[in-house]
Design a protein around this ligand. Structure first.
Ligand SMILES: [Zn+2]
Length: 435
């Protein structure tokens, strides 16, 4: 009775929220208040695929759902960002029958790393994908070791794991569980030495001797090995190879694949999603074909005209690995450019941290872009970071007032790459200010 009430009240709130144009996690919050074991009372006809990790979980979740739908399956998926307990409950209460049955072939859930023990206490996924683990929102999450312990505590013995063989941190999760590994062979953008300030796994997590690398993809992700205990990148069950960044083409286990968004993150996420879909029952060929038609939301990457200049908007998370990869992408484009850094988390309840700015390798921008414009409510914090990194005052501008940003950008030349890390999804504001 409490369950039925929770579903009905939740749906009513959801309907009212939609009517007012606001989508929130309130329906799930209220449903969990009425029926605290709401998630545990659901019965799933199909399989549950859960996805977590520091970077790439939203995209990987979306690619998996898209690929399964392409193959003709019915899929329930949580909306972008609704990856906490109440968000998951909001998704499920809107898709279940009044008796608590989930009739879909698959339920694909993005799950917050920190909340996975709470969510998996009530329901057990069949397949669990972990994209990677990095330091991310340290004030909220703690360091990667703490996040590792949280995730590991959430994994039931029956869960099939899909793990990143190139990540020495998350690869060793729940060693007794069945698992497959995905990863990427050396590319023409691999490095022999780490290029970034942040390296979250300098020593072997098993024996604490120095970890060696055949190559780095980025940060601590790459072909690694410990000469002391033998811990290393395992033989890959799903290996991305022959990566052509310019053409967006590559191979998975020798079969041609492609992506529309040509960052190393996206090649990796696509490989992870293909691995999960094959474990869910698709053939490799079908999984690759489905994933190839996935297009990244224009919200995350967009190109536009800005007063006759090419503009590029890239959304990044507020962690160093994410912003470092956006910087890499900008630097890899051959045209002349400036970079506009937009960071805003002032007044954000979950995380006001800016320490991650000191983990980003901004130094790579020196001499390779015409100018750097620091903007958003954290404009001054970015400016301090650049100054401490040795940038001269004439190499960057700090523009706190969005009303002045068009003038500031107007004094520079080249394409405008806006790298936006906002907690509020308010990037439209800076685009409007630049048009
Ligand atoms: Zn070792």
């Amino acid at each position: 009775m409490r369950f039925l009430l929770a579903v009905l009240v939740g749906r009513l709130i959801r309907f009212a929220g939609r009517f007012s144009g606001r989508a929130t996690n309130l329906p799930g919050q209220v449903a969990l208040r009425i029926c605290p074991d709401f998630l545990g009372r659901l019965r799933f006809d199909g399989k549950i695929i859960a996805v977590t990790g520091s970077n790439g979980k939203t995209t990987t979740t979306n690619i998996i759902a898209h690929t399964l739908r392409q193959a003709g399956y019915t899929v329930a998926i949580n909306e972008e960002g609704s990856n906490l307990t109440a968000g998951v409950a909001t998704t499920l209460l809107s898709r279940c029958t009044l008796g608590g049955r989930m009739p879909q072939d698959f339920v694909v859930l993005e799950v917050d790393e920190r909340y996975s023990p709470l969510i998996f206490r009530e329901m057990t996924p069949d397949i669990f994908v972990v994209t990677n683990l990095f330091r991310d929102q340290v004030v909220r999450n703690g360091n990667p070791d703490i996040v590792f312990e949280k995730i590991e505590s959430a994994i039931a013995p029956s869960v099939l794991l899909v793990l990143n063989g190139d990540d020495p941190i998350s690869q060793r999760l729940a060693p007794r569980n069945p698992r497959v590994y995905f990863g990427m062979e050396r590319t023409d953008r691999s490095f022999d030495r780490s290029q970034f300030l942040t390296h979250d796994c300098k020593v072997c997590p098993k024996c604490f001797h120095r970890l060696g690398y055949r190559f780095y993809h980025y940060n601590h992700i790459g072909g690694f090995h410990c000469d002391f205990c033998g811990y290393q990148t395992p033989p890959l069950d799903f290996a991305a190879d022959h990566v052509d960044f310019a053409a967006g083409r590559f191979q998975i286990n020798g079969m041609p694949a492609r992506v529309t968004y040509r960052t190393i993150f996206h090649f990796m996420n696509t490989t992870a999603a293909v691995a999960a879909c094959v474990q869910a029952g698709l053939s490799l060929e079908r999984a690759i074909a489905g994933a190839a038609t996935f297009s990244v939301s224009r919200v995350r990457y967009d190109e536009m005209d800005l007063c006759g200049r090419k503009g590029v908007l890239m959304l990044t998370k507020q962690n160093s690995a994410s912003l470092d990869q956006s910087i890499s992408f900008a630097l890899e484009q051959p045209e002349e450019k400036i970079v506009v850094l937009y960071v805003n988390n002032v007044l954000y309840t979950e995380n006001k941290d800016i320490s991650w700015l000191y983990d980003v390798t901004f130094e790579r921008l020196r001499g390779r872009v015409n100018s750097i414009v620091c903007s958003g409510n954290r404009a001054c914090d970015i400016g301090v970071r650049l100054r401490l990194g040795g940038f001269a005052p004439e190499e960057y501008q700090v523009v706190e007032d969005l009303g002045r940003i068009k003038d500031a950008v107007g004094q520079t030349g080249g394409a405008v790459y806006i790298l936006a890390a906002s907690a509020f999804g308010d990037e439209d504001g800076i685009l409007e200010a630049l048009k």
